[in-house]
Design a protein around this ligand. Structure first.
Ligand SMILES: *Cc1c(COP(=O)(O)O)cnc(C)c1O
Length: 469
């Protein structure tokens, strides 16, 4: 399988080529030249596979330059009950008939990002070892992505992680998860500023191509293609668990931010998984809901992004969305380049009169909705009352919209993107009591923490990196 750029101008690359990279050379994102199609007999054979084997069978389509035995071994090493709590990895929990939660948040940082990130960490280590290379991951986080990356890359050979986070602005739990790590290859930099300052600093360092190359800087952000591919797997897992045969359609509801999770669902559908609806839920930051209702895409400015009680969805520009649009405009790179030029020059684009809109409305299966703080609170209460389960605020956004859009007779699978233990304050507001904590996470806030506090100046950051990277 060859990879091309969504903007049509970058050279064909292999999975291994794009594994360690961010943007394609022309500013677009890597996408496969064509979607692999799974035949019915193959789909039937996949139905009862254990998770690691299923991961291998799905990912091998996309990573065909990886020797099969190696990929299989990496999947087996990654998806274990020790790391994810159960051998099913993403068990299905039934709320009521045809209404389910897919528990994707039982990895080390209690958010679904671990599913892809743990695999990515092992893929990285393997490829770097083979190629005799080293890499220094430089990133900025507001909480979830950074800690998931650190827990996936800690102790790995040939990798160091330099993660910038806003000083004093993460939840005590998130802080403990990151700064509590005591590993020689993990460097936590607490920046005296906000998340945007952190992101700007990373951008500024990366803009210095010479420095970037000298210090072998890389990234593990949400546009990483291997992360998307690893997420495709649990759509298969969830579908098989919620249906009895591959004749039955099922729908998914997905709390969305950067459009990475739900795009993985789109990929699964394109591969032939019988997905009926992909229900996208946003919070108050509703750029994507507006698009799916109107055909107009108007990313917001950072200053117009609301800080909400589902903070991991507080995103104004959904990076993976470009991959979806590329697919909906018949994979026409010139057109994608033009559309994103409209975004830069005019602040957005309008597809409502384009033939792509028909495809999006009629064939894609996408539906959307927006869930607000009071919806989140009410949904957390309702799910506790009706089903005796405590869900986190992001999952609540998905459940709220999924419940509204579900149809009788078609299973609706809501993806649980984090455990409630990560967002105690909102759970206390909704239920008047603290959420349960999984074993081993009691009192993590009281354990020793380690980070280097820095200002927002880029030369100082470069000096820091030069001395350690
Ligand atoms: C990252 C994240 C999301 C958003 O996922 P995307 O792939 O960016 O759409 C939703 N919920 C939680 C808890 C997250 O950490």
């Amino acid at each position: 399988m060859k990879y091309v750029s969504t903007r049509g101008r970058a050279a064909n690359q292999s999975f291994t080529d794009i594994l360690l990279e961010g943007l394609a050379a022309d500013g677009g994102l890597a996408v496969p030249e064509q979607w692999p199609r799974i035949t019915r007999p193959k789909l039937d054979a996949m139905r009862d596979l254990p998770y690691p084997r299923l991961a291998f069978e799905v990912m091998r389509f996309f990573a065909d330059d990886f020797p099969g035995g190696e990929l299989k071994a990496i999947a087996e090493r990654t998806y274990t009950a020790e790391v994810f709590g159960t051998p099913e990895i993403t068990p299905l929990r039934t709320l009521e008939d045809n209404f389910h939660l897919l528990a994707c948040s039982n990895g080390p940082t209690l958010a679904f990002k671990d599913i892809a990130m743990q695999m990515l960490g092992n893929l990285f280590e393997h490829v770097l070892e083979k190629q005799g290379r080293e890499i220094n991951i430089l990133g900025a986080t507001s909480g979830d992505t950074g800690s998931s990356a650190e827990h996936a890359l800690k102790g790995k050979r040939r990798v160091k992680v330099f993660m910038l986070s806003p000083h004093g602005r993460m939840s005590p739990f998130q802080r403990a998860q990151m700064y509590g790590l005591d590993e020689p290859n993990i460097f936590n930099l607490a920046v005296k500023g906000v998340f945007d300052d952190c992101q700007d600093m990373v951008k500024a360092v990366n803009a210095d191509a010479g420095f970037k190359e000298r210090h072998r800087l890389g990234a593990v952000n949400s546009i990483n293609w291997a992360r998307v591919v690893a997420q495709v797997v649990y759509y298969f897992k969830g579908y098989f668990a919620a249906t009895r045969s591959n004749d039955e359609p099922a729908s998914f509801a997905v709390p969305s931010g950067n459009f990475g999770n739900i795009f993985a669902g789109h990929v699964a559908k394109r591969m032939g998984l019988p997905i009926k609806r992909l229900v996208l839920a946003t919070n108050e930051n509703d750029v994507l809901d507006e698009f799916f209702r109107t055909g107009r895409y108007r990313p917001r400015k950072t200053a117009e992004t609301h800080a909400t009680s589902s903070p991991s969805m507080d995103i104004s520009k959904a990076s993976n969305f470009e991959r979806f649009i590329w697919d909906m405009v018949d994979q026409d790179g010139e057109k994608v380049a033009w559309l994103w030029k409209q975004v830069d020059e005019k602040g957005g684009f309008d597809l409502s009169t384009d033939k792509a809109w028909e495809k999006i409305e009629e064939d894609s299966g996408f539906a959307s909705g927006r869930s607000l703080h009071e919806d989140r609170i009410a949904t957390i209460r309702q799910v506790k009352k009706d089903y005796g389960m405590v869900i986190d605020p992001h999952t609540a956004d998905g459940v709220k919209i999924g419940n509204r859009i579900r149809e009788r007779g078609t299973p609706m699978i809501c993806i649980e993107t984090a455990l409630p233990a990560k967002f105690e304050a909102t759970i206390v507001e909704a239920l008047g009591e603290r959420p349960p904590r999984p074993a081993g996470y009691e009192g993590i806030e009281d354990r020793p923490q380690r980070c280097d506090v820095i200002g927002t100046d880029v030369p100082a950051l470069k000096e820091y990196l030069a001395a350690r990277a």
